[in-house]
Write a protein that binds this ligand. Structure first.
Ligand code: UDP
Ligand code: MG
Length: 327
């Protein structure tokens, strides 16, 4: 067997550590039930190894911070709470979580009960069989039909235009091997679309079908604007298709203008019939104006991202880390 296709089977030993990472933004009401559910699920697996839960408080202002610190005291040695200095957004909070996890395997999930801990078992199974990335493939979504339809469309359109192979219906919920976490940490990008970056780093990957549950409080913290930003980050970080479309539109409009010029010349020299100047000009200028503006807008999306990268601000800032030691 050649070295590139060799599969490393892993055994969970006593010295191994499993991390579960979750970002939280204003989830005070759900903090305790969430921690309980996750720790119970891990306990139920009866693993020989130790585990830790890394929770990132992404600048919450509803008491999540204090609640998490209190919960950490209840589970000494099992919880690490990373408080950020303000709300940096879901992707940044996830990066902070990954940077503070120490496990040989790291499970990344949302803290709103949508990601079912029942998937931990199948995740670990695939990891032990040799996969470095095991992602949840959302087979069912307990969400509103318009949101479901938009996600369905987004995953397909994005997979079609992305310059890496992106698995369909796979969000953030996944298990990552330490090697993958290291590679993700080494990527300097500030606009981080994790499912894209995760596909980009490669390694052996597998999907596990997991139904996505309903949010415990029906109040999305990311919101439509956040999802739109995420979608734009995905597209402009992993695809040049928008530029290609713009180029095709440019070529088409050039062809159209040539046809109009030839049409006018033909009438001038061969039939002598005048072409109505104002009508043709109005159509062509507004058409070209529209295409130009669209093109500038699209270029702007790429340039804004270059600007973000050049500024090289940190992805997040940590205020404090709370980690009660085991006695
Ligand atoms: N979240 C976060 N920072 C934010 C927004 C959300 O850490 O600025 C967390 C949130 O607490 C939850 C997860 O990210 O644990 C996913 O958020 P949400 O459920 O709103 O996203 P959706 O499921 O709608 O994509
Ligand atoms: Mg959610």
């Amino acid at each position: 067997m050649d070295a590139g296709t060799a599969v490393t089977k892993r055994a969970l030993t006593r010295d191994a550590l499993l991390s579960v990472v979750a970002p939280m933004f204003n989830e005070a009401a759900n903090a305790a039930p969430f921690v309980e559910e996750v720790l119970a699920a891990v306990d139920a697996l009866g693993l020989p190894c130790a585990h830790e839960l890394v929770l990132v408080d992404d600048g919450s202002w509803d008491g999540t911070s204090e609640t998490l610190d209190a919960i950490a005291q209840k589970y000494p040695g099992a919880l690490r709470v990373v408080h950020l200095t303000r709300n940096f957004g879901h992707a940044a909070a996830v990066s902070a979580g990954l940077d503070h996890a120490r496990g040989a395997a790291v499970i990344l999930m949302d803290a709103d009960r949508q990601d079912d801990p029942a998937a931990f078992g199948p995740f670990l199974q695939k990891w032990q069989e040799g996969c470095e990335v095991v992602y949840a493939q959302r087979v069912l979504r307990e969400e509103s039909p318009p949101k479901r339809a938009l996600f369905w469309l987004f995953y397909r359109a994005f997979a079609w235009m992305a310059n890496v192979r992106i698995p369909l219906d796979a969000g953030n919920f996944a298990l990552l091997d330490r090697r993958v976490v290291k590679q993700l940490q080494a990527l300097p990008e500030r606009n981080r679309y994790l499912p894209g970056l995760r596909a980009w780093v490669g390694f052996k990957q597998a999907g596990v079908p997991v139904p996505r549950r309903a949010r415990y409080d029906q109040q999305a913290r990311v919101g439509f604007r956040g999802l739109w930003t995420l979608a734009m980050n995905a597209v402009f970080s992993f695809s040049y298709v928008p530029l290609f479309v713009f180029r095709i539109a440019g070529l088409l409009s050039l062809g159209l203008s040539l046809a109009v010029i030839l049409f006018a010349l033909y009438h001038k020299f061969f039939t002598g019939r005048a072409v109505l100047a104002w009508a043709s000009q109005l159509v062509t200028t507004s058409f070209l104006g529209g295409i130009n503006l669209l093109g500038i807008g699209l270029l702007g999306e790429y340039i804004a991202r270059i600007y973000d990268e050049v500024k090289a601000r940190p992805i997040y800032i940590v205020d404090r880390v709370v980690e009660p030691p085991k006695h």
